[in-house]
Design a protein around this ligand. Structure first.
Ligand SMILES: [Zn+2]
Length: 377
């Protein structure tokens, strides 16, 4: 797959003043950019104080939907979702599937393909696809449709030919899946352990076979029992990377703090569904009737069905539980970009794409730039 084309919408030279989060810490000064960042001028400071804050644009590697649309939907959904999340500071994301028959996955991924090259105006950059299913354990579906089955490299490759697959979430304990982990790792596709009943040893074997991360850590995976420590303990003991949902509903703040201590390059994701950005009330998600209420999306039986989260709220949630802004800012941008090997995103440094969010001192979003384009409401 070719590199993304510049959109030509970055305009000319711009400068933004503020307290800027750079790879070496806070700088009080200004960022100069066109489609790429040209320079950061200024001097080091301890923190933003009551100045305008400029952070790297948010990088969300687990997004199903938003603004009423879902990547599994028909034509037009990709732009609706990418637009909704751009309005909340997400400058790049992975279009995430759910378990479905191959033809439905093929249709969804076919919609995504053209957008990897040409970003639509006012939208976040779609970096590729996260296949979250169907290679999952039927015993840990969560809100996933019951269309799970063991996977093959051929199936992933035929989807990858339509739109670059960057992450595959799978349950390593399914038949043939350790071999699949090895094959995907060789194909440089990141494998994440998720929707799994794997024992500690099975999850560890997956890491040894080349799996790199864990999908929504703590949710939909075997938890920690003292003599049966499960996938969660394998992640905390061994993983370099994992994603986790900071809506403060799916995962308790204490579990987030434990994960941050154990997995220093943890990245935060929204796992947002179509209900993100929609008013409270009933709606259909992943083919089931759900209700959005009190910051959560649930089925009648109480099962969480994705989240209504956006990344700007994720950042505020992290700061609200005591995580310093500089640290929170990197966990919602830099570490996700690094995980995918995209070292020219997720950081405010000369040469990187001009993906920027501007926040008030109280962390309300004031402006968003995707590849230099100001996202207008
Ligand atoms: Zn998901």
């Amino acid at each position: 797959m070719a590199d993304p084309e510049p959109s030509g919408r970055g305009g000319g030279l711009r400068s933004l003043p503020g307290v800027v989060l750079t790879p070496s810490g806070w700088v009080h000064g200004q960022v100069d950019f066109t489609e790429r960042i040209l320079a950061v001028h200024g001097g080091p400071v301890h923190g933003p104080g009551d100045a305008q804050v400029i952070l790297p644009g948010f990088v969300d590697l687990h997004v199903h939907g938003g603004g009423g649309a879902d990547f599994m939907d028909a034509a037009g959904a990709v732009d609706t979702v990418a637009r909704h999340h751009a309005l909340h500071g997400t400058t790049s994301l992975l279009a995430t599937t759910v378990s479905a028959p191959f033809v439905d996955l093929e249709r969804a991924v076919t919609e995504v393909g053209p957008r990897l090259r040409l970003r639509a105006p006012g939208c976040a950059r779609v970096l590729g696809v996260h296949l979250e299913g169907p290679f999952l354990n039927a015993g840990k579906l969560g809100a996933q449709p019951d269309a799970v089955r063991p996977g093959t490299l051929e199936e992933v490759q035929s989807l990858d030919a339509l739109a670059r697959v960057r992450i595959v979430t799978l349950a390593p304990e399914l038949p043939g899946h350790l071999d699949l982990v090895r094959e995907l790792a060789r194909a440089r596709i990141a494998v994440q352990v998720g929707h799994t009943l794997a024992s500690y040893d099975e999850a560890l074997s997956a890491l040894q076979a080349g799996a790199r991360g864990f999908t929504h850590l703590f949710n939909c995976m075997s938890g920690i029992e003292q003599r049966a420590p499960g996938a969660v303990a394998a992640a905390l003991a061994h993983a370099e990377h994992a994603e986790i949902i900071p809506d403060l509903v799916a995962v308790h703040p204490g579990a987030i703090r434990a994960a941050l201590r154990a997995i220093p390059r943890l990245h935060f994701v929204t796992d947002a569904c179509a209900a993100s950005g929609m008013p409270d009330g009933p709606l259909t998600i992943f083919g089931k009737l759900v209700e959005k209420k009190n910051g959560a999306v649930r089925r009648a039986d109480g099962t969480l069905s994705g989240t209504p989260l956006t990344m700007d709220q994720a950042l505020r949630n992290l700061v609200s539980i005591g995580i310093p802004l500089a640290e929170a800012g990197r966990h919602v941008s830099t570490f996700a970009a690094d995980y995918l090997g995209l070292f020219d995103r997720g950081r405010i440094a000369a040469g990187a794409w001009a993906d920027l969010v501007v926040l008030s001192p109280t962390l309300e979003l004031e402006a968003v730039y995707v590849e230099g384009e100001r996202i207008e409401r």
